[in-house]
Design a protein around this ligand. Structure first.
Ligand code: AMP
Ligand code: MN
Ligand code: MN
Ligand code: MN
Length: 276
């Protein structure tokens, strides 16, 4: 089984390394097939592809699209996309559209919780201001001493029921899978173990996703526990979805898993890259 790492983030969205730095890190860590999957943005793909080529690292263009489904946020990864396809780029532009306004509302809530200057603070951590999001707020809260780590910020702030949570309407599932397919890509459900769904809802999500032409599901991801590796390997098989693997690396010292460092997919599990 290949050391495939098909999910990570650069400074184009909420990662801390530039696309070229990620490519070098993937190569150094022994990754054999690599994808950059920034949130709602493909602006890092050209640099990632070029650097990967210069390193002899197999590269797949990717993106991670924010979706609202059953009132919750779900992430859909697109792999093997033509990042310049107009349907995809126009769709992603609409998804990015509301982030600045949302950031103002997040900052207003944090202000009421006694944390000043969060809008400007978050922007300082966002290389790409149109992509400002919760991770940038979390880094500002760490830098200003409110909490010692990003993980602890996400325990006490920015999540449902805590200060700094602003419900947001992202793309629909139909749109996200449609844009990915229009761009010639494969749609993959990201970190399925993270969503607060009942079994019934999760099965409905899998059914709708497949009916729309989605083909993959992440099994090995930095968001899953080892128990969830086994659980989602079983679900992938049952649902007839191809398994994917990626660290969801955001930066050194911040992410649970480094590029290429997680266990490989089980050898007998059909992998999303098997026919590429
Ligand atoms: P946004 O798209 O602005 O809602 O931000 C979502 C991002 O926040 C995710 O892609 C993660 O990078 C980060 N995030 C969400 N929940 C957590 C968590 N519990 N711990 C660390 N990072 C998180
Ligand atoms: Mn992220
Ligand atoms: Mn995600
Ligand atoms: Mn991600």
């Amino acid at each position: 089984m290949l050391n495939a790492d098909l999910h990570c983030h650069s400074t184009i969205s909420d990662g801390v390394l530039a696309p070229a730095e990620l490519a070098a890190r993937a190569k150094a860590n022994g990754v054999e097939i690599w994808s950059l999957t920034d949130h709602d943005e493909v602006g890092g793909i050209a640099e990632a592809r070029q650097t990967a080529a210069s390193l002899g690292l197999r590269f797949v263009a990717g993106v991670e699209i924010s979706v609202t489904w059953a009132g919750k946020t779900v992430h859909i990864v697109g792999l093997g996309i033509d990042e310049n396809h107009p349907t995809l780029t126009a769709g992603l532009a609409t998804v990015r559209g509301g982030r600045q306004l949302r950031a103002r509302e997040i900052a207003d809530q944090l202000q009421q919780a006694g944390i000043a200057g969060a809008f400007e603070g978050a922007l300082e951590h966002a290389s790409n201001p149109s992509m400002v999001g919760r991770t940038h707020f979390a880094r500002y809260l760490v830098a200003s001493g409110v909490r010692p780590s990003v993980a602890e910020v996400f325990r006490d702030f920015l999540v449902e029921g805590k200060p700094g949570f602003v419900p947001h309407r992202w793309a629909t599932l139909d749109e996200a899978v449609g844009w990915i397919r229009a761009a010639g890509g494969h749609a993959v459900i990201a970190h399925p173990g993270r969503y607060p769904f009942t079994d019934l809802q999760r099965n409905a999500l899998l059914d709708s996703f497949r009916a729309l032409g989605g083909t993959g599901i992440e099994v090995i991801t930095g968001s899953h526990t080892p128990d969830q590796y086994a659980e989602y390997a079983r679900i992938a098989r049952q649902a007839g979805l191809l398994a994917s693997r990626g660290a969801d690396f955001h930066g050194p010292g911040e992410s649970r898993a480094d590029l290429g460092s997680l266990p490989l997919l089980p050898a007998n599990l059909p992998a999303i890259w098997q026919d590429w």
